[in-house]
Design a protein around this ligand. Structure first.
Ligand code: ZN
Length: 137
């Protein structure tokens, strides 16, 4: 069982970009703050003048944890699994899976790059994989 995101008016540009293999985030036209997840107004200054911008897709693992006890039936058959907090080079942080890397090799500070996995028809989930050669499984 997979939990499938349901794009709405606020998040559709994010999911449309992911389907096209691009990672995007919102940026405030007033104070230039960049954030994720999508919001209807700037979390720093409250402005509603917002633009979607392309991101590099590169970042660093800020933190991670291994989940042993599933909190939802949808992931009960996946334990143990690793969840990481990735700080993108542009600043926003995303909660993500780390692909192509054994859990024991995941490290805080590890450079990662976005990759997109089709988890349902037309739904591509941005996730990350190590940039360094040699740590991939
Ligand atoms: Zn702002």
């Amino acid at each position: 069982m997979v939990i499938v995101p349901k794009p709405d008016a606020l998040t559709r540009p994010y999911w449309d970009a992911a389907r096209a293999g691009r990672l995007v985030a919102q940026r405030c036209n007033v104070c230039s703050r960049i954030w994720h997840p999508p919001l209807p107004s700037c979390p720093a200054c409250g402005a509603q003048s917002i633009v979607w911008i392309p991101l590099s897709g590169n970042g660093v693992i800020y933190s991670h944890t291994i989940i042993h006890h599933a909190a939802h039936a949808a992931v009960a058959d996946r334990t143990p699994y690793l969840v990481a907090l990735v700080t993108l080079d542009e600043g926003p942080r995303l909660v993500s899976n780390i692909l192509d890397c054994p859990m024991r090799a995941v490290r805080i500070g590890m450079r990662v790059a976005v990759t997109f996995q089709e988890i349902a028809p037309d739904i591509f989930l941005p996730q990350f994989r190590p940039l360094e050669a040699g740590v991939r499984s």
